[in-house]
Design a protein around this ligand. Structure first.
Ligand SMILES: NCCCC[C@H](N)C(=O)NCC(=O)O
Length: 593
């Protein structure tokens, strides 16, 4: 007879449903990243980068506080019911976000992201608590690994599907970006459906285990009564009843914690946080800085990769032969008569004029150019005049630019976007493939604190390479994926080992809240660094990410020191550590099977 949810076979169905449930969350969280360039084309503005980073910041700002309370409610109300509440919020938020894009309104889009954020992070917290209940013991890291793997597939699918939908599925009043976001809303609807499926399964298991616990309880009491009635038979009999009493008490308290309903509600208080030890706080700090160079990096990866590799800005010495004329398309008088030429000193024989990786140069100025009478062109404006053309003036959704005046620029921009979007998926692809295996290994070898300090070392190399070298980004992005997967494989399963079991939801809430502080602030720092650097990400933004990774190395070292002083729980295989294993003595036989 099973006495814990982690002994029931149905746990694998719960895991499958919990994984499917998270796909909508991850798919939609990364929508802005994969639609960055399409959004810029749809809603060009000099403040575009600020609005764009706000889409992530407003998601995270409420979450600097909310998951803490969300986690507390998970402990109080039970995780399954919270899954439904939070899944409903992500669906509602995505609908508002998609509506905002349909009417091209930043305020609606931002409001949608706030609502989505209210559900998104709390859903992660509730789901972590569900996994901790169903997989406590030897399979916890594996369960988190499988979960992260399937969730991250949501991010990867988004990176491919959303730009394709945005490019190809615009029709009548629905622009491409909004269509991609409505697809996200559909997927969130599916997530809500799976959340509804988890609740009855969890309830049935809870009831079944409650009955088992009661049965064990009755059995233990009757054994104890028999022993006491026996009238002081002998010492050894008395000590074996003491053993039963002790084992029973331990097992009952574990079952009670895992069944949730049996926890005395008064026992769970927000103030329990003050009992969280140094290990929990170091895990939180590590989460803040290391995730700070993973998730925010991904939000800007498309732009960073375009700038670094696929759409490099040509040198200012690269100009059109006739800078006041269209460069390519139906309005170009004759493209071969207006080629780009490099006026600069390229003594090393390297021209900064468009090669495959450079952005084609566009006209410097235009004077009353019109589309009138040119068949195949439907331009947004009757006439185009610019004393100085900048890249933000070029709207590739407007035929004037994409077919008429800067066709080569718009074609190259679209190609670069597609390449960047698929290359930036590498880290999440790797995480989707590696996470279950790493989870399996962590459950078997431990070394959680060691891995938590090695992963950021790799991230230091990754971001230095992206910031200061100009070769292919593939190797550093593979490094980013491996480091991220390693870190996630040890961080989340370490949380239950750092606090009391009754506070696991609160602890997940608090660490998520701390993580979100970084996720709210870091994108703003990156966009400020970019603006201060003449609109360029490199190298300053990568210096910032390198700094975060270096801080992660330092916190990782402290984690190892404190973990060793406190019995080595995190680095041990089962999370119990030297001290507790010694305290407990040899394993006690189970009362139930
Ligand atoms: N809602 C998508 C972002 C997930 C943030 C979440 N707090 C988290 O970090 N989950 C683990 C991960 O590696 O994504």
């Amino acid at each position: 007879m099973a006495s814990q949810k982690s002994q029931l076979t149905v746990r694998w169905l719960v895991l499958l449903l919990a994984c499917i449930m998270m796909i909508g969350n991850y798919y939609c969280y990364d929508n802005p990243a994969s639609l960055h360039n399409s959004m810029q084309t749809l809603m060009p503005s000099t403040n575009f980068e600020t609005y764009y980073s706000l889409l992530y910041t407003v998601y995270s700002i409420p979450n600097i506080v909310l998951p803490f309370f969300g986690g507390f409610f998970v402990d109080k109300l039970g995780a399954p019911i919270c899954l439904i509440i939070f899944s409903s919020l992500i669906l509602a938020g995505q609908i508002v976000f998609a509506f905002g894009a349909s009417v091209e309104s930043w305020p609606f889009m931002l409001m949608g992201r706030v609502i989505f954020g209210l559900g998104g992070e709390n859903l992660t917290v509730a789901q972590s608590a569900v996994l901790a209940q169903w997989f406590v013991g030897k399979e916890l890291a594996l369960a988190f690994g499988i979960n992260l793997s399937i969730s991250r597939l949501g991010s990867v699918i988004n990176n491919y599907v959303s730009p394709a939908v945005a490019d190809d599925l615009a029709f009548s009043d629905f622009n491409g970006v909004s269509m991609a976001l409505w697809v996200g809303a559909l997927i969130c609807g599916g997530s809500l459906f799976t959340a509804f499926m988890i609740v009855p399964i969890d309830k049935a298991a809870t009831k079944r285990l409650k009955d088992t616990t009661k049965f064990n309880d009755d059995l233990t009491s009757s054994l104890l009564e028999d022993g006491e009635d026996g009238g002081g038979n002998n010492r050894s009999k008395a000590s074996s009843f003491d053993g039963i009493r002790a084992v029973s008490a331990e097992r009952m308290s574990t079952s009670a914690m895992l069944l949730h309903e049996d926890i005395d509600e008064e026992e769970i208080r927000l103030t329990d946080v003050k009992n969280f030890g140094v290990i929990f706080w170091l895990l939180s700090l590590s989460c803040l800085v290391v995730y700070g160079c993973v998730l925010p990096f991904n939000s800007f990866a498309s732009g960073i990769l375009s700038e670094r590799n696929y759409f490099k800005a040509p040198s200012s010495s690269c100009v059109l032969m006739n800078p006041g004329e269209c460069s390519s398309g139906l309005l170009a008088v004759n493209a071969t008569k207006n080629p780009a030429r490099d006026d600069g000193d390229f003594s090393e024989g390297v021209s900064n004029c468009p090669g495959d990786d450079f952005a084609p140069v566009f006209p410097t100025s235009l004077d009353s150019v019109t589309c009138n009478g040119v068949s195949g062109l439907s331009c947004d404006k009757s006439s185009y005049t610019f004393s100085t053309v900048t890249s933000s003036d070029i709207d590739c959704d407007d035929d004037f630019w994409s077919k008429g005046c800067a066709k080569n620029y718009c074609d190259a921009y679209s190609d670069a976007t597609k390449t960047s979007d698929s290359v930036m998926s590498i880290p999440y692809f790797i995480s989707a493939g590696l996470s279950p295996l790493l989870g399996f290994l962590v459950d078997r070898i431990g070394y959680r604190a060691v891995v938590a300090s090695l992963a950021p070392c790799m991230l230091v190399w990754v971001h230095l390479t992206l910031g200061f070298e100009s070769g292919s980004p593939i190797a550093p992005l593979i490094g980013q994926g491996v480091a991220y997967s390693l870190f996630a494989a040890v961080l989340w399963p370490s949380v239950p080992f750092s606090v009391e079991a009754k506070s696991v939801g609160t602890a997940y809430g608090l660490i998520t809240a701390i993580q979100n502080f970084g996720l709210a602030v870091f994108p703003l720092i990156v966009s400020q660094l970019k603006s201060a650097n003449g609109g360029l990400y490199l190298p300053n933004c990568e210096v910032f990410f390198t700094g975060c990774a270096a801080a992660g190395v330092l916190v990782g070292a402290l984690l190892n020191i404190f973990d060793a002083r406190r019995g080595g729980k995190l680095n041990s295989i089962d999370g119990k550590g030297r001290k507790e294993v010694a305290d407990r003595g040899p394993p006690t036989p189970l009362m139930t099977t």
